[in-house]
Design a binder for this molecule. Sequence first.
Ligand code: GEK
Length: 236
Amino acid sequence: MSKDRVFAESFSQIKAFEFDEKVVAVFPDMIKRSVPGYDTILKGIAMLAMKYIQPNTFVYDLGASLGAVSLTIDQAIGSQSVVIHAIDNSEPMIEALQKSLGEIKLNNSIQTSLADIENIPIKNASMVVSNFTLQFIPIINRAAICQSIYDGLEQGGVFVLSEKIKSSESMIDYYHGFKKINGYSDMEVAQKRQALEDSLKPDAIEVWQKRLEVVGFKQIEVWFQAFNFVSIVAVK
Ligand code: GEK
């Protein structure tokens, strides 16, 4: 696995963070060292997939990146004639995902789309997952996407939403300590924080819970939290 050194050099000017070729090449290492509990969250998604996915339905992996969620779900549920829609608007991500899908045997079908998740229709879904993606959508558009997810789910279907959340300065400080333990320098942490400033806008957990309630979800539970990272399960 190639090591993430994207912010290891000192830059005189920090460009906005992008999911470009440089990031794609180190993405598995980056996400594991940056998201507390990433592997546990994938296991939780596998468990929820086994519980909620119905045969012959659609599953949506919003902001699929290199397909970790789609592949985990496919493995977890076995052959169920499900179509997993893996959607991402980064061309290098989708190209790398397509390449790796060509090399493995799947139980179900994974269909990749290079698209903005704000423009894709969601229908006949038994599971929708956004594993750290809605945080990149403009805040003003988040309610509408939650509504389209709710509307596209079958009754009894599940939405799993993982997000970096707005939190206290002390929690952010603890999180930066976690990144240092994972081998990032102070400079890398500071430069990444600056690069993400405009693109990743965290909402408070209460804001997310309310938004999910307003669109119609009845059972909304936080099933994972570490530092300023959470994963919520919402059932229709
Ligand atoms: C994982 N889920 O490994 N439309 C489509 N894709 C988008 C959009 C958008 N509007 N905005 C951002 N993305 C993955 C990790 S990463 C999280 C998800 C992170 C895509 C973007 O290109 C990137 O691949 C992904 O969402 C977010 O479980 O890097 O913090």
